[in-house]
Every structure is written in structure tokens, then in C-alpha cells.
Design a protein around this ligand. Structure first.
Ligand code: M6R
Length: 607
């Protein structure tokens, strides 16, 4: 994915665009550019690399004059990360500049058509067809040219457009990619994410698919895909600027790990009333709960692993069979899903392409759909029948932490809520609700109990590979722990169900091979202990994650990570915390770019 920004007002545009791009850099960081209009002339500056290079090239925006402009930070899909492929792209006549987040699926045929008509292409991107189409359809009205252009495009796009014929105006177009307008005093903005807007305004409008906006310093007008003007309500962003700043931490990831007790509390606490779980947003789902014969959880990456972690509580407490499916697999699997299936779709960003496709596929088969989403107004939230927001606040680090734990927390809430509504919680049974209420505290304890993690990172950071093992919810947490390790430290890390070791993987165990063993379920402790003994007898170094008083594991392992004792049904949200910290410190030891790992972007809006 990429990030786009736009500004129009009376102030110098370039510094504001650069500031916005810095906030959006988590969305893509291989090249960047701005286009600023000064009277009827457009200046374009592009760089390969980070926003910092763009700031350097433009002296923080000081050497680009003009009060109207657009900007882009790129995660390359079509064409290598080069200056030529960086946005903004210009029309051949130099009158239009365009930035784009998304994918134009029919760009090959459009490119051929435009080339045969004499349009000259300067880049390998799919985006460039857009700016030439606008030039082709322009007959004195940018608005009309945009309507005609949008009609030719297939795929997803959030566009920012400026035109030398309309100084002081910026245009924004949305189709299946996020785009938010910021309403200021005497100046207006657009951006892919509210984090780029909150330093300037908290008043925002979430554009709908198929809509476009015409912004000047004094006005914001919104039109539907036929060009008819529409009214949209202005929303107020409730969190403040500091939420999207590092706040004294070296990295966003560390800050976000530390924010987990507060984020999980914000997700859980408002949904507990009089000792019961009350989730207002799912009234429709609850009234039809008796008809639900199965639950399918679908998502990608960590959100999928959150599903794996929450599945146990959901199935055990509700008594409804639950299965988890990767969204990228489910969408092509001709799934057995019908009106008696509840599909829970999980996505921090709400913009993940495979997750959206899986959601649509299930909806088309008549399933009831419930989204667990962090970003307000995102595509997944709009498409599902009901949405339960995780109130994690902005998550900037590419590797999710508080996004994941709050997703797991929502699944726990759903599990207890469904059990209650289905009459499966014995009268007066307060245990599960109390366990959920205690979760933020337990997460804080898991942070506090492990001051030795930086030293352990010093020991393990040069390992060639790390194996994570566990059973049931321990295994689910191991999957996420291993992903955290790989994505930020670039070490090979793999999670295995502990019982599977003997079926192949144990062949890889040799002298000093690190094995991280999760042992936080007393009922399965002896089983995992026997796996620890097996790998140790083949030379492995075992780092066990367990409770402080768990003597057998303490004496079997070489090194230890701790969590407080938690009901195993709800333990994954706590177990993951020391593993996040371990991954963080290993990556730090290895000098990795922790918040922006190589080849990744915060959300994957392409298939
Ligand atoms: O925004 P989403 O939750 O839909 O994103 C899903 C995955 O791309 C995401 O969780 C990814 O695996 C993270 N980078 C992991 O830290």
C-alpha cells in the first residue's frame, strides 16, 4: 500500500505535505514525492528512498513554493522503487499531477489504448494511465474528467489530483482504498489516514467508495460517481496528536507494546456492565445466535493468528464449532458457508485485500458477517453486517502488537457474550468476566516480570533459526511470536505444535539450537515438558515461557520468560507480550529498522 496527502490553503504547502507523509510512511517507504502548484506551474520533486531524503532534497519543503499540493509515499507494486516510478505522475501536457494508492487492474489494456493514441509513458506504474486518462477526458472541467476517468478504471484507488487550470484546488477520489478529508479553518486537506490530519484538524469526513471531493481553501464539496453533489457528515477524531507520536520511546513498536494494558482496557472495559458482557454493536448477530451452526474466523497474518488464539475460548464457551481460515485461502476455496454460518473477519487496518475479498465471498454465500477492526470507517468495517472496534488507537509500527492483543481481547469478549446469551454460563458464574477484567493488569505484569529480555536477546540474536513450540492456546501464541521474530529481526523463526515435533521437525534439532517452549496451560504441562526433554536431549537450548512457580519447567529449561497465571482460555493475549519484547530486543541487537522492516508495509492492499 501507499500513502497520499493533499493540502490547499494560504500557507506554504510543501512542509505540510512532508509532515503528512512522515505520518504515513508506515504505509510504504521505498520512494516518495510531492507536486506543488505555484500559480499555474507545478513543481514535482521525487526521490528513491525515505521521506527524510525528500525533506533533504527540498530543504524541509522550503525550496518548493506554492500553497496547493499533493504528496505520496510508495510501496512498489508495479515497477521497481525508482525516481521515475515514484509519484506524483504528470500528464504529457504538464497540466495534471496525480498521486495514487491502490492498484489499477486493467492498466495494461488502458496503457495500450493510450499509447496507440500517442500518450507517452515515463514510468512502469499502473498509476500513470490515470493521469493520461484525465488529460484525455479534460474539456475544461476537472470534475467531469474525473468522472469519466473513474468510469474506465477497475481496481482500487485513492487519488489526489491537481490541475494548473484550477489553482488553489485539490481533488480526491476514493474507490476501495482509504481516503479521509480534513476540514480546517481557511485550509483543507486529504490523507490516507487520520494520523496525517490530526496535527492540523480533528474534523474529518470519511469519503465513501465511488465519491470524489473538490477542495479549496474555503470549501469542501463532495460528489458521487455520476457527478451529483452529496452531503457527508463531519466526524470528530477523539484521540490526540501524541497518540501517533513516539512519546519518548526509541521505536513505535516499543511504545505500542507498552500501550497494551491501556489498549486492552479501552477495548474491554466499556463492554462490561453489571458483570455481563454487553456489545451494543452486535445486537443483530445476538438476536440470530440460535441459528448459527458454525463460526468461521478469517484474516491474514497476525490478525489470522489472533483468530487462532481466540478460537479456543469462542468454541469452548459458546459450544458452536469454530474454524479458522486464512483469508487468502478461503476466498478461492469454494467454502461451505451459508446463512447458518457466522463469519468473523479480523483486520487492524480494515483494508487488507484478501480479507476484504474473503468477506465479500462469505457475504455472497449468505453468511452473517462480523468485523473486528481497529481503523474507524475502513472498508472491512463498512462491508460487514456488524463491526466491533478494537480501541487500540493508531498503530504505526508495521509489526502489529496492540492491534493483535486487542483483536484477541474482542474474540474473548465475543466468547463470553455468546456463552451468556446461549445460556451456557451457569447462574452467578463470574469467572470468565473477571478473567477478562483482569487481562489489562495481567498484560502489565507480563511486561514487568521480564527485565531480563534484553540480556536474552544478546544471547539469542545470532541464532540461525528459532523454533517456537506449544500446544493449543500456547501454540496459537507461538505462531504470532514466531511471526514477530521473523518480520522485524529477519531471523528464521517457525512455530510448531509441540506434539508435531516427532513427525519431522525434530530432525532439525542440533547442539545449541534455540527452542522457545510456551508452557502456560497446566493441563498440558506434562506433555510440553516431555517435548522439552526430547529437544534438550538432542542438544537444544530451551527458553521456556511459563509461570514463576512452575518448578518442573523451571528446572528443565535453560532460560526463562514469565507471565502471571491466567486461565489458559484467555492466556494467549498475555503470553504474546514477552515474545513481542524478545523479538523487539533481538531486532534491536541486530540493528534492524524495527518500525519499518524491509519489504513490508503496514497493510497489504494488494493480493
Ligand atoms: O490490517 P490487517 O490486520 O488486516 O493486516 C493483516 C496482516 O497483514 C498483518 O497482521 C501483518 O501480518 C502484520 N505486519 C504482522 O505484524
Amino acid at each position: 500500500m501507499c500513502g497520499i496527502v493533499g493540502f490547499t490553503g494560504a500557507r506554504s504547502a510543501a512542509p505540510i505535505l512532508l509532515d503528512g507523509l512522515k505520518k504515513l510512511e508506515y504505509r510504504g517507504y521505498d520512494s516518495a514525492g510531492i507536486a506543488v502548484m505555484d500559480g499555474p506551474a507545478i513543481s514535482v520533486v521525487k526521490v528513491k528512498g525515505r521521506i527524510a531524503s525528500l525533506c533533504e532534497r527540498t530543504d524541509g519543503g522550503q525550496n518548493v513554493s506554492g500553497v496547493t499540493g499533493i504528496g505520496h509515499t510508495r510501496w512498489a507494486t508495479h515497477g521497481a522503487p525508482t525516481e521515475e516510478n515514484a509519484h506524483p505522475h504528470l500528464s504529457n501536457d504538464g497540466r495534471f499531477a496525480v498521486v495514487h494508492n491502490g492498484i489499477i487492474e486493467n492498466y495494461v489494456s488502458l496503457r495500450e489504448e493510450l499509447m496507440s493514441e500517442g500518450y507517452r509513458f515515463e514510468s512502469e506504474t499502473d498509476t500513470e494511465v490515470i493521469v493520461h486518462l484525465i488529460e484525455k477526458y479534460y474539456r475544461g472541467s476537472v470534475r467531469e474528467a474525473l468522472v469519466r476517468t473513474a468510469n474506465r478504471l477497475q481496481g482500487s484507488y485513492a487519488l489526489g489530483v491537481i490541475c494548473t487550470e484550477e489553482t488553489g484546488r485539490i481533488y480526491a477520489v476514493r474507490e476501495a482504498s482509504p481516503l479521509i478529508l480534513g476540514i480546517g479553518a481557511g485550509e483543507n486537506y486529504f490523507a490516507s489516514d487520520v494520523t496525517a490530519l490530526v496535527p492540523y484538524t480533528r474534523n474529518v469526513i470519511y469519503l465513501e467508495d465511488g465519491e470524489f471531493a473538490e477542495l479549496s481553501a474555503e470549501s469542501v464539496r463532495i460528489f458521487d460517481c455520476t457527478g451529483q453533489e452529496v452531503r457527508r457528515k463531519v466526524s470528530r477524531v477523539m484521540w490526540d496528536v501524541q497518540a501517533a507520536e513516539k512519546g519518548g520511546y526509541e521505536h513505535f513498536m516499543l511504545k505500542e507494546i507498552m500501550e497494551q494494558p491501556a489498549a486492552v482496557k479501552a477495548t474491554i472495559a466499556p463492554r462490561i456492565r453489571n458483570g455481563r458482557i454487553e456489545i451494543e454493536e452486535i445486537g443483530g448477530i445476538l438476536s440470530g445466535l440460535g441459528d448459527i451452526r458454525s463460526i468461521v474466523i478469517t484474516a491474514c497474518g497476525s490478525a489470522y493468528y489472533a483468530g487462532c488464539a481466540g478460537r479456543y475460548a469462542l468454541e469452548r464457551l459458546s459450544g458452536i464449532p469454530v474454524r479458522t481460515e486464512l483469508a487468502s485461502e478461503l476466498r478461492y476455496s469454494d467454502p461451505l458457508i451459508d446463512g447458518h454460518t457466522l463469519v468473523i473477519v479480523i483486520s487492524q487496518s480494515g483494508e487488507t485485500a484478501d480479507t476484504i475479498a474473503a468477506l465479500k465471498e462469505c457475504r455472497d454465500r449468505g453468511a452473517r458477517t462480523l468485523a473486528v477492526v481497529n481503523v474507524v470507517g475502513s472498508t472491512v468495517a463498512r462491508l460487514a453486517d456488524s463491526t466491533v472496534y478494537t480501541w487500540a488507537g493508531p498503530e504505526i509500527a508495521v509489526a502489529t502488537t496492540k492491534g493483535y492483543t486487542t483483536q484477541v481481547a474482542v474474540l474473548y469478549l465475543l466468547a463470553v457474550c455468546f456463552a451468556d446469551r446461549l445460556g451456557r454460563l451457569p447462574e452467578g458464574e463470574s469467572g470468565p468476566v473477571e478473567s477478562l477484567q483482569a487481562l489489562p493488569r495481567r498484560i502489565q505484569q507480563a511486561i514487568d516480570m521480564n527485565p531480563g529480555i534484553p540480556a536474552l536477546a544478546g544471547k539469542y540474536h545470532e541464532s540461525r533459526a528459532l523454533f517456537f513450540i506449544g500446544r493449543n492456546t500456547d501454540y496459537a501464541a507461538a505462531l504470532e511470536g514466531a511471526l514477530k521474530m521473523k518480520e522485524i529481526s529477519y531471523l528464521h523463526a517457525e512455530a510448531y505444535a509441540a506434539g508435531e515435533l516427532k513427525h519431522g521437525t525434530i530432525a532439525l534439532i542440533e547442539e545449541h539450537q534455540p527452542v522457545i517452549a510456551l508452557c502456560c496451560n497446566r493441563a498440558l504441562m506434562e506433555k510440553t515438558l516431555s517435548n522439552i526433554v526430547e529437544v534438550k536431549s538432542r542438544g537444544a537450548e530451551v527458553l521456556a515461557l511459563t509461570f514463576r512457580n512452575n518448578q518442573k519447567i523451571l528446572s528443565a529449561a535453560d532460560d526463562l520468560l514469565f507471565i502471571p497465571e491466567v486461565d489458559p482460555l484467555f492466556s494467549a493475549a498475555v503470553e504474546i507480550v514477552p515474545l513481542q519484547l524478545l523479538a523487539y530486543h533481538v531486532a534491536r541487537e541486530n540493528g534492524c529498522d524495527i518500525d519499518k522492516p524491509k519489504n513490508l508495509a503496514k497493510s497489504v492492499t494488494v493480493e
